[in-house]
Design a protein around this ligand. Sequence first.
Ligand code: MN
Length: 402
Amino acid sequence: MTWLDLPDDHPFGLHNLPYGVFSVGPDGEHRVGVRVGDHVLDLAACAERAGMESAAVWRDGSLDAFLAEGRPAWTAARDWLQEHLANEAQRDCVEPDLVPVRDVTMHLPFAVADYVDFYASEHHASNVGRMFRPDSEPLTPNWRHLPIGYHGRAGTVVVSGTDVVRPTGQRKPPSEPTPTFGPSTRLDIEAELGFVVGGATALGDRVAVADADDHLFGVVLLNDWSARDLQAWEYVPLGPFLGKSFATSVGPWVVTTDALRAARVPLPGQDPEPLPYLQGDGAYGLDIHVEVEWNGTVVSRPEFRDMYWSPAQMLAHLTVNGATVRPGDLFGSGTISGPEPRQRGCFLELTWSGRDAVTLDDGSERTFLEDGDTVVLRATAPGPDARPVGFGECVGTVRPAR
Ligand code: MN
């Protein structure tokens, strides 16, 4: 308990302190903030009042400069924040810069540099393999040897609350002789976590698994909206393209990897043993509970601890060829799916490609998304002393094709 009078089990207590960018009112100036309880602390204003030399890093209304600074600065900022928020003597310095969260509008917290999406859930990859390639092995021969990924479109990563316009494009069901064109009829979500990368590497360098934590700043909720009809027709031989690139939503709060230390768990097990560059002390899993809500009904509760590949292995793999890391790089985990039907993180799997409709609480049935549908992702993780670490929400509503 501190002068802030927060209950110990508040998901945004001092053990969490996620970063975001807010304005007071939709058109106000963008400010870097830290969520504490039901308030947002205006970081630049508070750090300037406190006479903190490094306050300038937060003045631009984006996390970009802070992400560039790297691990020592992230740790120092967290220590400084926890001390100022806990210590009664600092109350007069901090309290004037606390804004009620109900008064703020959240914005994209950083300029997304490169965006990559992985495919790290064995359950998801196996289910999709069974549906897309029923006559082959569910997993491709490379799947257990490397974290499969593709390069997505950084410029269409949007913050929670941004509407998603139904994409239009080509599709060709196997039963049809030629492709047709029109609004997607199989619009889906993918419940994922996104990993926010900071610091930088030189072209030609790699990030080892054991050093990945130096670059893994934090974690956001991520919804990889997917047009399955477009995807199925275009993805051979070069992977997802227009079926994915129209929009990717991220949650407004970047939960730091420091806040997730108590959530580290062993991976579920890798067989065969990965190549040496994919091994190391940083190859841990994360115990993060995810929830998928469709028009107010919770339809799935995937567990991130079921993921086959660790975030550190994904970062080591994406740099093993010498590709650089830049501040603001974002990589998605891939759809989080578990072994149980109600742990499947996309509607393609939940409805088995549209065969088994999901019944929502209002009695309506769904296979894929209809115009006006709203999807909300939420997550929590265990923090120190089992206090919950909240991620907030990642919300998106589907609007008709244009
Ligand atoms: Mn995805």
